[in-house]
Design a protein around this ligand. Structure first.
Ligand code: ADP
Ligand code: MG
Ligand code: MG
Length: 892
């Protein structure tokens, strides 16, 4: 028989932090804290297995669950000296959801459960504070009715507002116990009216209602959509935590707060947190009152005139600091904690590994390794490679003149600019239209997740550094400014007023999540420095990484960026990009539209010097590092003149009539260009194109050598090979050119010729292709298209449905389809290596910069990955992590 319920409290627990699959993150860590002897209000966790049972059995519970809950409640009562439902000495509890991974979209916590018309009297008596008791009761009715019974908040707020108006009250604090009593009567009437039955007075009924609501929330649309976005399987289920209440709202020596052991924004090793005196639960996060700093240092730094916890409650503060240090050492990672102080006594309510910005992740990992808390390998493993993205994001140019219209909290670093939108739908529409949006909200809630994803940055007028907007934005790596209190937003009118200026939807705005500045208009941006912790961690990563990391680059700017980001060579240089430049495309068009070989050669002769100097420059920048150059690949029609003016220009150049030219262009039209006249097929039909490019490569290498003294060994890559025969024909013309250049210059350039493996047939015939091909580079973009028979450019209309329905685990153009495309890659590697054991093997599709795909590349033993320059650091780190993971698996 399964154990459905695990108790904690009183210095021990049945669970432990290792049991998060069963107890959920919150439950496992509450148990662990209890085991550590920390002050945790006693309680129990109903396991995730009950959730699974619930959904497997028509939403019913295991028969023996009720008895187990009963027994656990008795134990909590014993530890607190109270009894659930008792009229004299009632135990009150919170009911909290808690999945393995923390998950917005789940049921909100219900506090003060167990209160009713009778137990409220006992609470008033034991607290010696009637007002507190009735205030708690009305909060409970509203919360429970909303979360469990589905009655919207505003019904209750309307009642309260109405009452205040008739009495001439302004603040909630103006209301006395008698007032709350009257409001409670109205609240209960509202519930009865809405449900046709009274608000449940029986604590047991309340408890089971709340438990059912937690399990029910696992399958809400919000939760399902969050799980889909974060690859969380529905089978995991959520746990339910039931825990004795402690009260942060029992007067001036009571408080509630949240804290991180290090700054989640910068990673600095200093306690970072906020609290509110005389407040309960989520008041801090909700952003209704502006919270106070915990440490004096932070208060001074924030220039706040509200006293810190260090000054207000020095003894509690000291114990809290001891506790946070202990937790960080114990978990060996930065912790995010919730706590409550009830009449001078500290209670820990939650701890978990804290979410952090990419910048903070780096700093924390490096500093913890230097402190000896973790190893360097662990430091390398801990930084999410994709999070480096934010560090490589633009920042506001310090020289730029700024019109700052407001200042908020620097909630998530990075700068962003875009057009103002006021809700999620607008943000998504903007994104779909290919435009950039800044989402401006009074505050955000889980319903805004999609809009936050779609926006470049988020700006809120309310809420602290731990508000919903701030936490979620940091998780997404999006710039965010929160709590910009001087801004006025009018959703109805669609306006934002700042410094007396009125902004409308669509107006350009810039935010700086590193400083909290809100700036009018679009601002000049700048690339960040790559030194400090970033450099250190990269070094550590490089020292464990097995695979090489190259960049896909063809322009000098890209090549320079690639080197700056640590690329060890160029894995793919697409020569057609050099053809598209406006001053060249005319010659390219002449070549394509020429009637015969002589005409083509004439046009190619114009292109040769330009290509030669392109390659020379590329080789010069790469200074002897390997450079892979792919011969012309795209369908020729991409270069054709489109407008009448372009047609006239080319016709004049060629000395033919525009009509004739149009006819020739129509001949080149293809029904399916992706599978048409492209790749090596161009070089087969028009060998002179490959010859010109090969000559430009060899002559370029010699030219660069004159300037730098280093001779690059070019790797010439033939695209879209299906057969060895194709490859051999193209290779022959390259070899011929090498020989020609040698004879002309008396110098020979070392080079190798290889192929892009991007057709399924090439994978299957890799064994014989490798007889002459000296390297393979897997072109997994085309290989994915041709293996799945899905055109990437046309996939938009249906691929979403495929991933949503779980037919494909992820977009195969983002993360390699390991089972299908991956199998082809494996076959290609195996057969290629059998023929040529030391064959160089790389990958140069988009996948080369995707951490999950990089892990696959490590497993199958590729020599290197190649990706866009800005993803090079991500690939270096991901490759190192893949090596470490493989090692760990090897030991296991
Ligand atoms: P979330 O996962 O949204 O943080 P929690 O279950 O942690 O939800 O609770 C919400 C708020 O209620 C937190 O501030 C938490 O500290 C507080 N809270 C939860 N349980 C108790 C309790 N037993 N006594 C006092 N406050 C509680
Ligand atoms: Mg919490
Ligand atoms: Mg291709």
């Amino acid at each position: 028989m399964s154990q459905w319920v695990y108790s904690f409290g009183g210095g021990k627990a049945e669970g432990a932090s290792g049991m998060r699959d069963l107890l959920g993150g919150k439950g496992a860590n509450l148990a662990e804290m209890a085991n550590l002897g920390l002050p945790v209000p006693p309680g129990f966790t109903i396991t995730t297995e009950v959730c699974t049972f619930f959904y497997d059995h028509g939403k019913s519970y295991p028969p023996d669950l009720a008895a187990a809950v009963e027994a656990a409640l008795v134990e909590v009562g014993r530890l607190t000296g109270r009894s659930f439902g008792d009229e004299q000495n009632p135990l009150l509890v919170s009911v909290r959801s808690g999945a393995r991974a923390s998950m917005p979209g789940m049921m909100d916590t219900v506090l003060n459960l167990g209160l009713n018309d009778v137990t409220v009297l006992a609470l008033a008596k034991s607290a010696g504070d009637e007002r507190f008791a009735y205030d708690s009761y009305r909060r409970f009715i509203q919360m429970y009715s909303n979360v469990v019974l589905g009655i919207e908040h505003h019904h209750f707020e309307d009642i309260l507002e109405h009452y205040k108006e008739t009495k001439g009250f302004i603040l909630d604090t103006d209301l006395a116990a008698e007032d709350w009593k009257k409001i409670i009567v109205d609240y209960k009437a509202k519930v009865e009216h809405a449900l046709g039955k009274p608000f449940p007075q029986d604590p047991k009924e309340q408890l089971w209602g709340a438990i059912g609501a937690v399990f029910g929330s696992w399958m809400t649309a919000r939760a399902i959509s969050y799980r889909r976005l974060h690859d969380i399987p529905a089978s995991w289920g959520t746990a339910v935590n039931v825990q004795a209440m402690v009260f942060g709202n029992m007067g001036e020596t009571s408080a509630t707060g949240v804290a991180f052991t290090r700054s989640p924004s910068t990673g600095a090793k200093e306690l970072y947190g906020e609290f509110l005196i005389n407040a309960q639960g989520e008041d801090v996060v909700a952003g209704i009152r502006t919270p106070q700093n915990i440490t004096e240092a932070a208060r001074i730094n924030a220039v706040s005139d509200k006293p810190s916890m260090e000054v207000l409650l020095p003894e509690v503060f000291a114990e809290f600091m001891r506790t946070t240090n202990l937790l960080e050492k114990h978990y060996r990672d930065m912790q995010d904690m919730e706590f409550t102080v009830e009449r001078g006594k500290l209670w820990m309510l939650q701890t978990r590994t804290g979410k952090r910005t990419g910048k903070a992740a780096l700093r924390i990992a490096v500093e913890m390794a230097n402190e000896g808390l973790i190893t360097r390998d662990e430091a390398v493993s801990r930084v999410d490679p994709s999070s480096l993205d934010q560090l490589l994001h633009p920042m506001i140019d310090p020289e730029a003149a700024l019109t700052v219209v407001a200042k908020g909290l620097p909630a998530s670093p990075g700068a962003a600019c875009g057009e103002i939108v006021f809700n999620s739908d607008e943000a998504e529409q903007m994104k779909t239209a290919g435009r950039k949006a800044i989402l401006v909200r009074i505050e955000t809630s889980p319903e805004d997740i999609n809009g936050m994803h779609a926006a470049e940055g988020i700006l809120t007028t309310r809420g602290g550094m731990t508000s919903h907007a701030a936490v979620v934005a940091r998780g997404m790596g999006k710039p965010c400014v929160s709590g910009a209190g001087t801004l006025r937003i009018d959703y109805e009118k669609g306006t934002m007023t700042a410094s007396g200026k009125v902004f409308k939807k669509g107006d350009m705005l810039t935010i700086d999540g590193g400083t909290g500045q809100v700036i009018q208009g679009a601002v000049q941006m700048q690339q960040p420095e790559l030194s400090g912790e970033f450099g250190t961690l990269m070094q550590w990563a490089d020292s464990v990484r097995r695979m090489g990391v190259r960049a896909n680059a063809e322009t000098p700017a890209d090549a320079r960026a690639a080197r700056k980001f640590g690329a060890e060579g160029i894995g793919l240089s697409r020569t057609e990009h050099m053809f598209f430049a406006p001053e060249r495309v005319v010659a390219v068009r002449e070549m394509i539209l020429a009637d015969d070989e002589a005409g083509r050669r004439a046009a190619l002769a114009k292109l040769l010097p330009m290509q030669r100097s392109d390659f020379a420059e590329l080789f010069e920048i790469m200074a002897g590092l390997p450079v892979t150059i792919r011969l012309l690949d795209p369908p020729l029609h991409e270069f054709l003149p489109k407008t009448d003016a372009e047609i006239a220009e080319v016709a004049a150049d060629l000395g033919i009539s525009p009509d004739k030219l149009t006819r020739r262009a129509n001949e080149l039209h293809e029904f399916n260009p992706m599978l048409g006249f492209r790749g090596c097929r161009l070089a087969i039909a028009f060998p002179e194109i490959a010859e010109m490019q090969a000559r430009a490569i060899f002559e370029g290498a010699l030219e660069a050598q004159k300037r730098t003294g280093e001779l690059t060994k070019p790797e010439i890559m033939v695209p879209l090979i299906a057969t060895k025969a194709e490859f051999d024909i193209v290779k022959a013309s390259i070899d011929k050119m090498a020989e020609a250049v040698r004879q002309e210059t008396g110098q020979s350039v070392p080079y190798i010729v290889g192929t892009m493996i991007e057709l399924p047939r090439a994978c299957l015939r890799a064994g014989e292709i490798a007889e002459t091909a000296e390297f393979f580079s897997f072109g997994t973009n085309d290989l994915t298209q041709t293996a799945l028979g899905i055109s990437r450019d046309d996939a938009g209309s249906f691929l979403g449905a495929y991933t949503a329905k779980g037919i494909l685990p992820a977009d195969p153009f983002v993360t390699i389809d390991q089972e299908g495309v991956g199998e082809l890659v494996k076959i290609g590697i195996e057969r290629g290596r059998k023929t040529r054991p030391d064959i160089k093997l790389g990958i140069c599709g988009e996948h080369g910069g995707d951490p999950a795909s990089i892990a696959f590349c490590e497993k199958v033993g590729l020599t290197y990955v190649s990706c866009s320059p800005f993803r090079v650091p991500i690939a270096r780190l991901a490759a190192a992590q893949a090596t470490l993971r493989l090692k760990a698996e090897g030991l296991a």
